[in-house]
Design a protein around this ligand. Structure first.
Ligand code: NAD
Length: 473
């Protein structure tokens, strides 16, 4: 753990496992609620001076952290593949994405502008100030274990806030490496604090109940997000919630089915389907289902599963046994209700894969709204295909979800794309594009996919209070 500028070993430790092999690969302190309280105290004390530093000074430290992260890209990627399982190339891409937030917010720190507003009285002036909210408590998931940290820490520091972070118990080693970088970059003591713990509940309780914490920022499942948001409401704490998704991938009849299938496959199997923006319903026009499914099947069945360290592997393991069992249940339910398997549909156990949690890249056809997979986030390498007959039907099906994070449309007609874009209740829409994300772009969800945005200009606003001064002159 890293509290008030000191590395601590804690009274107890817990093991971290490689999901590709089941082997223990390290251990970290098992932090307690009291540790979280100490970290919050440290952040509270540091806030007084950190919030008074200039935007230029904060920017420079973030810039240094950006440089260090780029230098350590390979090292960090190896740690990520070891404890999270994604292929090394994907891990390197994630570190790049993670470092982008350090650079972006190093720049945004200097652009926290206020405003003057014309007043109704001749002897009055209005000025709007933006000030840091105070101590921030952050909780992050395991699926993007480096970028989900920088997407919170960078804007918080840029705004002048101090922070305490609890990473996922599945991927604390990445968090330790990120905090080493922040420390070496010269961020002052107490400004950034890390508490690792096997049981997240007591740490989460301290975060929401400690009155020194002014903001909770969370990335993870909708279920846990709701729990934390409900608890944070007792003190009317500010919250940012980046939650689950159930992305529709809509392919209209004028789209090239082969190109759409290629794109769909790449984003579906990214991180073995363990991404909040992963397509969870492939809505394909009935007239092109066949060529789409054929291309998807051909490519999916050729994908190689294995350790992320092995050459040519593009399907890593699932995070744990529960994740595997959830997928097995969703597929069994779909088959029972009439879905058919085009490819995959089973756990992978050959050539030593049984030591980890591997599932074959899968395409399910004839999926209907009655199936669990039509509504539940899958978080695995299973693509459910549903045919539709009209744009209106596709839009209605796409919106038939409590989530609202990412959606994708493939079409060659800009007018149809615009109508879809305007009708979709999703906050991120890719139009013939499978990667509508960047540090400079606002990321977040509508409906039960969350509140607030990360990245972009919006990302720093989440850490700022708006203060109005009315002045009589
Ligand atoms: P999770 O909700 O199980 O865990 C997320 C974090 O919350 C972890 O650090 C965990 O330790 C902590 N946590 C769990 N229970 C808690 C409690 N009672 N109190 C306090 N903290 C608690 O989610 P996960 O399995 O780590 O991540 C997968 C989920 O995250 C998916 O639903 C995915 O869609 C979502 N996600 C969303 C985004 C986004 O930007 N919207 C990005 C990545 C992941």
């Amino acid at each position: 753990m890293f509290i008030n500028g000191q590395w601590e070993t804690g009274a107890a430790v817990f093991e971290v496992y490689n999901p590709a092999t089941g082997e223990a690969v390290g251990s970290v302190p098992d932090g307690t609620r009291a540790d979280a309280a100490r970290a919050i105290d440290a952040a509270g004390r540091a806030f007084a001076s950190w919030s008074q530093t200039t935007a230029y000074a904060r920017s420079e430290l973030l810039y240094r952290a950006w440089q260090l992260m780029r230098e350590r890209r390979d090292e960090l990627a190896r740690t990520m593949t070891l404890e999270q399982g994604k292929p090394l190339k994907a891990a390197r891409n994630e570190v790049q994405y993670a470092s982008d937030f350090l650079l972006w917010f190093a720049e945004e720190a200097k652009r926290v502008y206020g405003r003057t507003i014309p007043a109704p009285r001749p002897d009055q002036r209005f000025i709007v100030l933006h000030q840091p909210v105070g101590v921030v408590a952050a909780i992050t998931p395991w699926n993007y274990p480096v970028s989900m940290i920088t997407r919170k820490v960078a804007p918080a520091l840029a705004a002048g806030c101090t922070i305490v972070l609890k990473p996922s118990e599945a991927t604390p080693l990445c968090a330790v490496e990120v905090f080493k970088i922040l420390h070496e970059a010269g961020i002052p003591d107490g400004v950034v604090n890390l508490v690792t713990a096997l049981d997240p509940e007591p740490i989460g309780l301290e975060f929401v109940e400690n009155p020194r914490v002014k903001k909770i920022t969370f990335t993870g499942s909708t279920e846990v997000g709701k729990l934390l948001a409900g608890r944070a409401a007792a003190q009317v704490k500010r919250i940012s919630m980046e939650l689950g998704g159930h992305a529709p991938f809509i392919v209209l009849d004028d789209a090239d089915p082969v190109r759409a299938a290629k794109g769909c496959l790449l984003v579906k199997f990214l991180n073995t389907g363990q991404a909040c923006i992963s397509p969870n319903r492939l809505l394909v026009h009935r007239s092109i289902v066949e060529p789409f499914a054929a291309e998807f099947k051909k490519r999916a069945s050729a994908m190689k599963a294995g350790s992320g360290f092995d050459e040519g592997v593009s399907i890593g393991p699932l995070v744990n046994r529960e994740a595997l069992e959830k997928i097995e249940c969703q597929v069994a339910d779909a088959l029972h209700k009439g879905a058919t398997i085009e490819t995959g549909g089973a756990r992978l156990t050959e050539n030593g894969l049984d030591r980890g949690f591997f599932y074959a890249p899968t395409l399910l056809n004839n999926v209907t709204p009655k199936m669990r997979i039509y509504r539940e986030e899958t978080f695995g390498p299973v693509a459910p295909l549903i045919a539709f007959d009209s744009d209106q039907e596709a839009l209605a099906m796409a919106n038939d979800t409590r989530y609202g994070l990412a959606a994708y449309i493939y079409t060659q007609d800009i007018a149809r794309a615009m109508r879809m874009l305007e009708g979709l209740r999703f906050a991120i829409v890719g139009i013939n594009d499978i990667n509508p994300t960047a540090a400079a772009a606002p990321f977040g969800g509508m409906q039960e996919s969350g509140l607030g945005r990360e990245g972009g200009q919006e990302g720093i606003a989440e850490y700022l209070e708006v203060k109005l001064a009315g002045i009589s002159i």
